[in-house]
Design a protein around this ligand. Sequence first.
Ligand code: ZN
Length: 329
Amino acid sequence: MKKWIVGFLALALLGFGVARCEMNSGRELDDGGRTEVLSNAPHTPEAGAQPGDRKVSDPVGDTDTAAASGTSADARGDARAVGEGEGMDTLRLEERDIYKGELLLVNEEIAISPDFEAPETLLLYEHRELVQGFGLMDRSIRLTPELLERFTAMVEEAETDGVDRFLITSGYRTEEEQGELYRQLGAESAMPAGYSEHNLGMALDIGSSIGEMRVAPEGEWLREYAWEHGFILRYPEDKTEVTGVKYEPWHYRYVGLPHSAVMQQKGWVLEEYLAFLKEHRAMEAEWDGQRYHIAYYPLSETRSIRVPADGRYTVSGNNTDGVVVTVWE
Ligand SMILES: [Zn+2]
């Protein structure tokens, strides 16, 4: 298995209130092979498009990117990106940007926003041609096409390591389905409607046909390598006091790279990662030879930011009060 190394070059601590910088970051990989590599994805923060693929395993990174300095409060406008010189655009942030993207935090205290747009999903049983390299626990399992693609790429790689008895045991759930599950299982084992990552379409429960995930090779493999594919073990055994959820060796959340690599490197769960960004505003990370600048902007302070005109960035809301902008070189 390849080992990707995440190097944290520096922690850019930005002065509050003065120059707000933007960081960059980057590329995400989606998965090896099935997804196309977009090294210069157009900026579509809404879609959270992540470019990237990784071919190089050594951190290189020496190119310094001039951090774009964010402009502060601008009037909200309809125009999202307004062309400006020097390869940078100004991106207008809107309230709805808080509620979309791959870093949305949903937990027992933070519900999915009414402004969250429910994703399109596929009923996998009716798309058997897409069920490759894993089994389905039942006929009701649905995933978004994006999550399916990323999961498929991940299990393809696991197969090369001889780990190939994956099952999807649960995928996307509507809030109604979540409410029903909550009524059946109770608060010990399920979140109320609107408080589950399954309602986001960015999480799935993964099983093994040969044993419990706590001990099965599939569980071990995922704990070691899922982060390389943009997934995180969302409720680790040693973080129950932070997540508020008992250890769930089956529940994986897609956050994309480089975020999954940062969390792996730092030993953070999503709550801790977003709290760090909120406190420090920005950080740099390096993954797979690519340097990323990652910065948090509260919408109460920032309504427009400078981003590379060629689209080397992503924007994700945090589901509470701001966005995380990731820019790469
Ligand atoms: Zn789950």
